[in-house]
Write a protein of this length. Structure first.
Ligand code: SAM
Length: 246
């Protein structure tokens, strides 16, 4: 864990306090039978060298098995996407860590997530100190994720809606994370970003996508950095794929 400047030390201490608070409120974490598997997975992600340590510390303290169908809990710490309800998936841990790392979250940042799914990614954003707004289009997932947020006592704002339109009531956001595959960069959402804010979004064909890191510049301009390839379920909505295209 690097503590290379005053700001890093402050952020490090804040994250430690949040994690201690979470573990005290959720004692099952301290005796969980998956603790060793979780540690091995996080160590292997840390060795990749391109992921934010604070993000990995949070992932080391969040039980992924709780977010998936119990039939798959023995596979919770494989570095793979896994099925959740309604034919959707919880993203691969590397992908979650990669996308979250790109947002460089500071305490109190307002972050919009499109694609709540299981709620795992939203909980990580929350544990990093973000104010989280998350949108899901499938009622079953919206409801089940709300139950998990409540169980953890996390004050996460969630909404059942087409997330391709964002969530205007609470804009502007410091960051937007889209956890489903967009057919093109959802340019409309950039208007809901602060200047200097980042949007992380996988864009491309149904088979695979390229991760775009969009940074909003002055005067509605934006920088678009294309990084690695990933595979997501489709973003379905007004500014995404049409339902019958799947
Ligand atoms: N972030 C999730 C998690 O931590 O489990 C994983 C998300 S899963 C890969 C993608 C999710 O995006 C699915 O739950 C899907 O229903 C949702 N989705 C697809 N299109 C959407 C849209 N237009 N608005 C909101 N959610 C959408």
């Amino acid at each position: 864990m690097a503590c290379i400047s005053g700001w890093h030390c402050f952020r490090f201490l804040q994250n430690i306090l949040r994690i201690i608070d979470f573990r005290m409120n959720f004692p099952e974490m301290n005796k969980g039978k998956f603790n060793e598997q979780r540690r091995i997975l996080i160590d292997s992600l840390r060795k990749r060298g391109n992921l934010d340590n604070d993000v990995l510390d949070v992932m080391a303290n969040l039980p992924r098995e709780i977010f998936i169908n119990p039939a798959f809990s023995h596979r919770a710490y494989e570095d793979n996407a896994l099925p959740i309800s309604a034919n959707q998936t919880i993203s691969q841990p590397y992908t979650v860590a990669y996308m979250t790392s790109q947002l460089n979250i500071r305490n109190g940042d307002k972050i919009l997530e499109i694609g709540t799914g299981s709620g795992y990614q939203a909980c990580i954003l929350y544990m990093l100190g973000a104010r989280v707004f998350t949108v899901e289009r499938i009622p079953e997932l919206h409801e089940s994720s709300k139950l998990i947020f409540k169980k953890f006592g996390f004050n996460i704002n969630s909404r059942l809606a087409d997330g391709t339109l964002g969530w205007r009531d609470f804009a502007l956001y410091n960051g937007i994370i889209i956890t489903a595959a967009a057919p093109k960069v959802p340019v409309q959402l950039i208007s809901q970003l602060e200047t200097g804010g980042k949007m992380v979004v996988p864009v491309g064909a149904k088979e695979y996508q390229v991760m775009h890191i969009i940074t909003k510049l002055e005067d509605e301009k934006y920088d678009d950095e294309k990084t690695d390839s990933f595979k997501f379920v489709p973003l379905i909505g007004k500014d995404g794929w049409k339902k019958d295209e799947n």
